[in-house]
Ligand binder design. Structure first.
Ligand code: A2P
Length: 339
């Protein structure tokens, strides 16, 4: 791999975009030139990359001249408008928004689960990066599904504010500070105070009573796992944690999977780390998952209320594996096998 690439990061000043830039550097991605793009609000700001301060440029239709690879994380509206423009200019797009995820012509990829789907990008020039809560769930489901065929998953999430973006990280910090200083608490990003509260509400409510985030977990899981028969029932919840999503999974399989066997399969699974020693108070937590790329799984135990059931607790850094790292891993396969 001797070639190096001109890489644009759209949304480079955001929570995920900044992490994308960090991941490119950390993982020594072959970047010849980095182009950080954001809105005019970011004019004058810089992004550090390999010891240099690169000026942020305003995203325009002309931004993609000569760009080989464009990583997008600036929301679905920006992706819908600019991803086709980037492709037209000759770039391959890895898109972290929800804009293209369910398009049948566009691959939706978690490298530990369905790396082979990446090749489908040749049809449109776009690869979609899944939703953060779906990514960490399917990394764990995949080895269990291969061994025992998953019929149904009931998942409840405990999602960090960084999943909403940088403004939500600041809102939680500001609210905590205000509360401790007896000042007025300002609520802008969420409909309610998030500090010391729990909101069973992520993304918009749909007519069926679920939120869009919950339905993303249903549809994206089927697409990534390549199996429409896997049923997912989700409740997605925002909690006052800065980084790291947690998930309680209840899984029903066709064939029996003991907790011991599940633990052994997960210990061998790529991208997964088993943290499961309750006697020593060892179980996955956001504070432990934050800042690294493994998906942690623990509290692996039998669900005694059904013949073939397991309960698991899964935690990962939502900004890294749930977004930026997954996108850069896709880009690594892209340059290794296709570009
Ligand atoms: P900006 O900071 O200039 O608004 P987050 O998810 O943390 O909120 O970050 C969103 C990212 O997407 C930011 O980098 C933001 O840039 C960028 N962004 C949002 N809207 C646009 C837009 N219309 N054009 C370009 N970048 C955008």
């Amino acid at each position: 791999m001797s070639r190096a690439y001109k890489v644009a990061v759209v949304g480079a000043t955001g929570a995920v975009g900044r992490q994308m830039v960090e991941c490119l550097e950390e993982r020594n991605f072959p970047v010849a030139e980095l182009k950080p793009l954001a809105s005019e609000r970011s004019l004058g700001r810089t992004v550090s990359f390999r010891g240099e301060e690169l000026p942020v440029e305003v995203l325009t239709r002309e931004s993609f001249a000569g760009v080989d690879l464009a990583l997008f994380s600036a929301g679905a509206a920006v992706s819908r408008e600019y991803a086709p423009i980037a492709v037209q200019a000759g770039a391959v797009v890895v898109d972290n928004s929800s804009a293209w995820r369910m398009d049948p012509d566009i691959p939706l990829v978690v490298p530990e689960v369905n790396p082979g789907d990446i090749g489908l990008y040749q049809k449109t020039g776009i690869i979609a990066n899944p939703n953060c809560s779906t990514i960490q769930m399917v990394v764990v489901l995949k080895p269990l599904h291969d061994a025992a065929t998953i019929k149904r998953v009931v998942v409840s999430t405990y999602q960090a504010v960084s999943g909403t973006g940088q403004k939500a990280v600041e809102e939680l910090a500001d609210q905590v500070r205000a509360l401790f200083n007896n000042q007025e608490v300002v609520t802008k990003v969420y409909p309610h105070r998030i500090a010391f509260n729990v909101l069973p509400h992520i993304d918009v409510f749909l007519e069926n009573g679920y939120t869009k985030e919950e339905m993303k977990m249903v549809y994206e899981t089927k697409k990534i796992m390549g199996d429409d028969r896997i049923e997912v029932s989700a409740t997605t919840v925002r909690v006052p944690v800065f980084y790291g999503h947690s998930e309680a999974l209840n899984i029903e399989t066709e064939r029996k999977l003991t907790p011991e066997r599940a633990r052994a399969l997960l210990a061998e699974a790529p991208g997964v780390k088993v943290v499961d020693d309750p006697g020593k108070n060892r179980y996955p937590m956001p504070l432990e998952a934050a800042g690294q790329d493994l998906t942690l799984v623990g509290r692996i135990r039998e669900d005694f209320t059904i013949p073939n059931g397991l309960n698991l607790w899964v935690v990962a850094d939502n900004v890294r594996k749930g977004a930026a790292t997954n996108a850069v891993q896709i880009a690594e396969i892209l340059v290794r096998d296709y570009l």
